[in-house]
Design a protein around this ligand. Structure first.
Ligand SMILES: *Cc1c(COP(=O)(O)O)cnc(C)c1O
Length: 376
């Protein structure tokens, strides 16, 4: 089977309009962080909601690093995060010099377990990062209550959740600081990229300076003069990326979002009656980024092999971060570890069609109904 025939777990969904936008910026001769980025930021702010300040970055990881730095997280601090997340969350915390503290997750949705997090609070704990796994943000009010009562800042890792809502509120339109990713397979892409979204002007200002090496223009008359008064990085988005992102944002409500929602709903509908399968916690106001199911009774790897043989790529989101050597403290997080044995992410992106969904489900059904003994 050629790679082209394989149905990928995740894939970008771009076309002629994105190509034309990149060509337009290439022809302009300016590829830095300029007018396209500024326009993309305005369009994102308009989309996300009133009073949002959007600062686009080179990646979602850079957005998290900048956001944490802007709220004052640094050496000696600790930041709470669910162990079930992409390692980018943990690396971004570590990049500030702070220590990521892996928390266990809720059985039902694999989101941060607040009770577990509470037990891990110390004098050094400064912030908590809820991760909107698969696009679902769960009980965010409880996270904010928990943060308020423990004097913690909140940085939402909304890399999976662009366009999702929480009790009717757009993710990014409320809360403390919210980070998105526009990497190739996320709900919208800019080729690469990310954004920090906040309604806190001091945070936005700090992120804006630090994403461009901390450079402040000293004066408009002598533009060669610079002032640098804080640490910064080369973390800005380029106009080439923003051009792609602008087209994707324009297609989001009419195409990208409904296709993701429809495909996830179709998969859920067709798998619902299978007793060994646990469906992801997604509801109608979520825009699903991935479709991670759980398969009980040690059947996960059998299903995975059957899908691979039928041309469907699957993944496991995610190996718990507390099991990674760099972030391990040797202590168990039982819910995350059990989930890791059972999780299987099925292909889900706007390019999947109904035939592929039907085929995928029939392969899963067949592999689950085969007798155990024939599976060795
Ligand atoms: C993708 C992702 C990130 C990082 O985004 P990049 O743009 O790839 O740097 C962070 N957290 C989660 C949960 C992600 O899935």
């Amino acid at each position: 089977m050629t790679p082209k025939d394989v149905v990928q777990t995740s894939a970008p969904y771009v076309g002629a309009a994105e190509k034309a936008a990149v060509a337009r910026v290439l022809d302009s001769g300016y590829y830095g962080c300029g007018p396209e980025v500024a326009t993309f930021e305005h369009e994102l702010s308009y989309y996300l909601g009133k009073d949002t300040d959007v600062v686009c970055t080179a990646s979602g990881t850079a957005a998290l690093h900048l956001a944490l730095t802007a709220i004052g997280v640094g050496h000696g601090d600790e930041v709470l995060a669910p162990s079930v997340t992409f390692v980018a969350t943990f690396q971004a915390i570590a990049a500030t010099g702070a220590r990521p503290v892996a928390c266990d997750v809720h059985e039902k949705n694999l989101l941060l377990d607040i009770e577990d997090a509470r037990r891990r609070i110390t004098q050094r704990t400064r912030a908590v990062i809820p991760v909107h796994y698969a696009g679902h943000s769960g009980d965010l009010d409880a996270i904010y209550d928990f943060a308020r009562s423990n004097r913690l800042r909140v940085v939402e890792d909304a890399a999976h959740a662009f366009g999702s809502r929480n009790q009717g509120r757009m993710i990014g339109s409320f809360g403390d600081v919210v980070c998105f990713s526009f990497d190739p397979i996320k709900n919208i892409t800019a080729g690469q990229g990310g954004a920090v979204v906040t309604r806190n002007p001091a945070v936005a200002h700090d992120v804006r300076l630090r994403r461009e090496l901390g450079i402040e223009r000293a004066s408009t008359t002598r533009s060669d003069d610079i002032v640098v008064s804080r640490l910064g990085w080369r973390y800005a988005m380029s106009d080439l990326m923003a051009a792609i992102g602008r087209v994707q944002l324009g297609r989001f409500d009419s195409e990208l979002k409904p296709l993701r929602q429809q495909n996830a709903a179709a998969l859920g509908e067709k798998l619902r009656d299978l007793p060994d399968i646990g469906l992801p916690s997604l509801d109608a106001e979520d825009v699903p980024h991935i479709f991670p199911i759980r398969i009980a009774n040690d059947r996960r790897d059998v299903v995975r092999k059957a899908l691979r043989d039928a041309g469907f790529e699957t993944k496991v989101h995610y190996p718990p971060n507390h099991l990674l050597p760099y972030f391990s403290d040797g202590a168990p997080r039982p819910v995350a570890e059990r989930a890791f044995q059972e999780l299987l992410t099925l292909p889900l992106h706007p390019g999947i069609n109904d035939d592929q969904i039907a085929h995928m489900v029939s392969v899963i059904r067949a592999s689950l109904s085969a007798p155990m003994s024939s599976m060795a």
